[in-house]
Design a protein around this ligand. Structure first.
Ligand code: GLC
Ligand code: CA
Length: 513
C-alpha cells in the first residue's frame, strides 16, 4: 500500500471546466497548474483528472483515440509532465483516468480491427464471425465496417469493447482469457499504465473497472484475476502508484481485484445514496436533509459489513459528487452540505471532493447535452472563481465557452466563499484537522458509539477522537460512556454540550471532541 494514501484527500477535476489558461473557452492542463495552490489551500493534496487524452469527445473523453497523447484542447504532453512536476514539488499526487474496457471507434486499433483482411489487431476487440450475428445479452453493432462480423459495445455506440477474453467461451468467435489476442490487449493496457507512471503520474482512476472479461464472469473472478496481475506489476515496479476503481463493490474491487481504493458511488438504495440523494416520490429523505428526520441505519447496514470485510485490503472512497452524478446544491443547503462533508471527510478511507463542491456550485438544470453528457452535463459546468467575466473561468467571449457558467446573480464563487462560516472554510478546517491527526486519516480506527433507529444523532469514534453529527432540526442527546466533560472541541458546527458520559448536539450540528 503506498504510504502517501493514508493522508491523501483527492480533488476531482473535469479538465474542460476547471480553468482556461489561454482564453480559448475551454479548461486546460496549464489552467490546472495555475490553480494547484488553491487546491492545496482547501486541504486536498491529490488530484484525479478525468480523461485528458486525444479523443473525438463523443463521451467527454471516455472515448479515447490515443492513450499516449494529451488532447490538443488541453495542451501538450509536456504540459502534463510539467503538471506532474509542479504537483510533486508541492507534495501533491496525481491520478489520471484509465479507460481499459473500450476505446473510441476512431482509435487506430479499431480501424485495423475493422478490416476484412486478418491482421495483428483483428482480435483486439470482440467480433462475431458473421455480419448479422447477434451477441445475446450485450449491445453490438453491425453494418459499419468491411469486416464480416458484428462487434460488441461497452457503453455508447462510439465505444467498442476491447477483448480481454471470455470466461467460458461457447462460440468459435469467443476466445478465453489466456488466448494470445486477450493477452495482447492486457499487455497493451500495461504499456499504457507504465508509459504514464514512467512520466510522473502517481496512478489511475479506473473507468468501468469490472467490465473487462465477457461471458459468464458474473462473480467477476476472471476480471479480478487480470487486475491482480496488474497490481502485482505495480507492487513490483511502481510501489508508490495507486489505483482507484469505478466499481462500487469493495469486496470484489479491494479484496479480490487488488485495487487500493474503490469508490462508494450513488447507486440506487445503497448506503451512500441514503445519505445524500434519497429522494422518493419527490420527498427528500436523505439523512443529511434537515427536515427528513432520518436515522443513519440505512447507511450503516450497507457500509459497515463492507468496511469490516475490506479494511485490511484497501480503502472505501466517499465522494461529494462526480462528473456522472447530480451535484447536491441547490437541493441541499450550505449547512446541510457542511454537516455532510464534515462527516464524509472524517469517516475511514480516502475522500474525493468534486471541483466546485467546496463552494456549493449548483447543478444546472436544462442545459442541452454536451459531448455525451445528457443529464450529467449540469454537473460539468465551468468552475466559478470570482466576480469577473465568465466568473473568472475564461477570458473568451461568453458564447465561446465549453459550457455556460451559472448565470444566476448569486452564483457562488471561490473568491466570495471565504467568510468564516462558509462551506469552503469549513472544508479547510476539517481537512487541516485531518492532516494533523492520524486518528482521522484513512487507517484510523473506527467504531460506532451511538446509532439508534428513529434517532438522527450519529456518534462515532476515530482513534481517540469522538465525533457526532445531528442533521435534524431538533436537539438530540445520547449517553456516551467514557465521555469526559470540559475539553474544547477540535471542531464544532452549530452547538454542543459535552458532559461526563453524555453528549448533546444542537440542531444541525457536528462536533469533533
Ligand atoms: C464511466 C465514466 C463515465 C463514462 C463511462 C464510459 O462510468 O465515469 O463518465 O461515460 O464510464 O466510459
Ligand atoms: Ca484553454
Amino acid at each position: 500500500m503506498p504510504a502517501w494514501l493514508n493522508d491523501a484527500v483527492f480533488y476531482e477535476i473535469y479538465p474542460q471546466s476547471f480553468y482556461d489558461s489561454n482564453g480559448d473557452g475551454i479548461g486546460d492542463i496549464n489552467g490546472i497548474r495555475e490553480k494547484l495552490d488553491y487546491i492545496l489551500s482547501l486541504g486536498c493534496n491529490a488530484l484525479w483528472i478525468n480523461p485528458c487524452y486525444d479523443s473525438p469527445f463523443r463521451d467527454g473523453g471516455y472515448d479515447v483515440r490515443d492513450y499516449y497523447k494529451v488532447a490538443p484542447r488541453y495542451g501538450t504532453n509536456e504540459d502534463l509532465y510539467g503538471l506532474f512536476e509542479d504537483a510533486h514539488r508541492k507534495g501533491m499526487h496525481i491520478l489520471l483516468d484509465l479507460v481499459p474496457g473500450h476505446t473510441s471507434e476512431e482509435h487506430p486499433w479499431f480501424a485495423e480491427s475493422s478490416k476484412a483482411e486478418p491482421n495483428a489487431y483483428s482480435g483486439r476487440y470482440i467480433w462475431t464471425d458473421f455480419w448479422i450475428k447477434s451477441i445475446p445479452g450485450h449491445p453490438y453493432i453491425g453494418g459499419e465496417t468491411p469486416r464480416n462480423g458484428t462487434y460488441m459495445l461497452n457503453f455508447f455506440k462510439c465505444q467498442p469493447a476491447l477483448n480481454y477474453g471470455w470466461r467460458s467461451p461457447s462460440e468459435s468467435w469467443q476466445c478465453g482469457t489466456d488466448h494470445p489476442d486477450a493477452l495482447a490487449t492486457r499487455e497493451a493496457l500495461k504499456d499504457i499504465i507504465c508509459f504514464w507512471l514512467d512520466r510522473g503520474a502517481d496512478g489511475f482512476r479506473v473507468d468501468m473497472a469490472d467490465s473487462l472479461v465477457k461471458g459468464d464472469d458474473e462473480d467477476k473472478s476472471s476480471t479480478c484475476e487480470i487486475w491482480r496481475d496488474i497490481r502485482a506489476m505495480l507492487d513490483r515496479d511502481y510501489p508508490g502508484a495507486a489505483l482507484v476503481s469505478e466499481w462500487s463493490n469493495p469486496r470484489l474491487a479491494l479484496n479480490n481485484a487488488g485495487f487500493h481504493m474503490d469508490f462508494y458511488l450513488d447507486h440506487w438504495y445503497n448506503g451512500y445514496h441514503s445519505l445524500l440523494r434519497r429522494v422518493e416520490d419527490g420527498i427528500d429523505r436523505s439523512y443529511f436533509r434537515k427536515d427528513a428526520d432520518s436515522d443513519i441505519q440505512l447507511f450503516l447496514q450497507d457500509y459497515l459489513p463492507k468496511y469490516r470485510e475490506t479494511r485490511e485490503h484497501g480503502y472505501i472512497s466517499f465522494i461529494t459528487c462526480n462528473h456522472d452524478t447530480p451535484r447536491l446544491a441547490p437541493r441541499l443547503s450550505d449547512r446541510e452540505l457542511q454537516l455532510a462533508y464534515a462527516t464524509l471527510f472524517t469517516l475511514p478511507g480516502i475522500p474525493f471532493l468534486y471541483y466546485g463542491d467546496e463552494i456549493a456550485m449548483r447543478y444546472q438544470e436544462k442545459l442541452p447535452t454536451k459531448e455525451g453528457g445528457y443529464t450529467r452535463t449540469g454537473s460539468r459546468t465551468p468552475m466559478q472563481w470570482d466576480e469577473g467575466p465568465n466568473l473568472g473561468f475564461s477570458t473568451a467571449p461568453a458564447d465561446r465557452l465549453y459550457l455556460p457558467v451559472d448565470a444566476s446573480p448569486d452564483a457562488p464563487t471561490a473568491a466570495s466563499a471565504t467568510g468564516r462560516d462558509s462551506l469552503l472554510e469549513l472544508i479547510r478546517s476539517v481537512l487541516t484537522l485531518r492532516h494533523h491527526e492520524p486518528d482521522l486519516q484513512a487507517d484510523g480506527d473506527f467504531s460506532i458509539l451511538h446509532a439508534a433507529s428513529g434517532d438522527p444523532l450519529f456518534v462515532y469514534s476515530r482513534g481517540r477522537r469522538i465525533l457526532a453529527v445531528n442533521p435534524s432540526g431538533k436537539v438530540r442527546t445520547a449517553a456516551i460512556p467514557g465521555l469526559k466533560a470540559g475539553a474544547v472541541p477540535a471542531l464544532l458546527i452549530g452547538s454542543a454540550d459535552v458532559s461526563d458520559s453524555q453528549l448533546t448536539l444542537g440542531p444541525q450540528s457536528f462536533i469533533v471532541t
